[in-house]
Design a protein around this ligand. Sequence first.
Ligand code: NAP
Length: 280
Amino acid sequence: MHYIRTFRPGAIGATLLAVAALAASTAGAETVMITGANSGIGLEFAKEYAARGDAVIVTHRRRETPQTLAELAAKYPGKVRIEHLDVTSVDEAHALAAKLAGVPIDVLINNAGVYNSRTGCAADDDECPGDWSVENFGKMDYRLLDTIMAVNIKGPLLVSEAFYPNVKASVQKKIIAVSSSNGTLTGEARPRPGAIFYRMSKAALNREMQIVAASTKADGVTVLMLNPGPTLTEHQEYLSKYKGMLRTDFTVGNMIRTIDKATLVDTGRFLRYDGASEPW
Ligand SMILES: NC(=O)c1ccc[n+]([C@@H]2O[C@H](COP(=O)([O-])OP(=O)(O)OC[C@H]3O[C@@H](n4cnc5c(N)ncnc54)[C@H](OP(=O)(O)O)[C@@H]3O)[C@@H](O)[C@H]2O)c1
């Protein structure tokens, strides 16, 4: 789950969004850029957009091109562009933005995220669950806090600002932040302990993107915060014994439909993968 949370099917928000969508264009994205696209939810976004014929700019922060992205580029020649981007680096974000100057980006997906410590995991061990204990009150490792704040809070803000000219120049003009119900302030009747760094980072992400939405609405840009729900990525395989976990293609397929349907009236909203409003 990162930190499992009860699955709450909701219909009202989904219905509202569906009604709004009737008036909206449901055309697919022309060009999509995804951060942290080499694994999990980001990789599934890349696969699904590429499969439906969109141009995809996939970014990663590894020293070598990740095998997953090399395979995707080989499968969709001319459709998948692989770029290096550590979302915490101002210099790198600006350099890539300069390189991509003039390339419209219809959907910019701020997906890269860190939720626990992977310092004990081998680089190629996708099934390693990572360590949550170092963000429990009383046991906190503040180096992880610095990383999580840089990747989950600074990263989406920096990337959204650096590539804003590309988004503004596009047809769809959408900026997405992959958030989490773990960031909610109001959605838990009895807040549980644990995962302090991750949960506070997603609360801050929602707030910053709400302000980005207010700052960009006049340009016709739609900003959404999306909760994928508890998604069984490679890193979360160890959670497959829990009933509420959802397949990655299910949550990402739903998020793509939600992104397709979203219009400017939705800007600044925090939505579950299927378009239902999330409390926060
Ligand atoms: N899976 C879930 O249940 C769930 C639920 C709610 C929200 N989310 C959110 O969904 C997003 C994707 O998570 P995931 O579950 O798919 O996890 P994941 O497989 O671990 O993917 C995270 C991605 O972020 C990248 N990343 C980390 N630090 C980066 C940096 N400094 N610059 C660029 N990329 C960086 C990772 O690259 P490396 O491989 O090089 O580390 C990886 O590609 C995250 O924002 C997460 O918080 C996930």
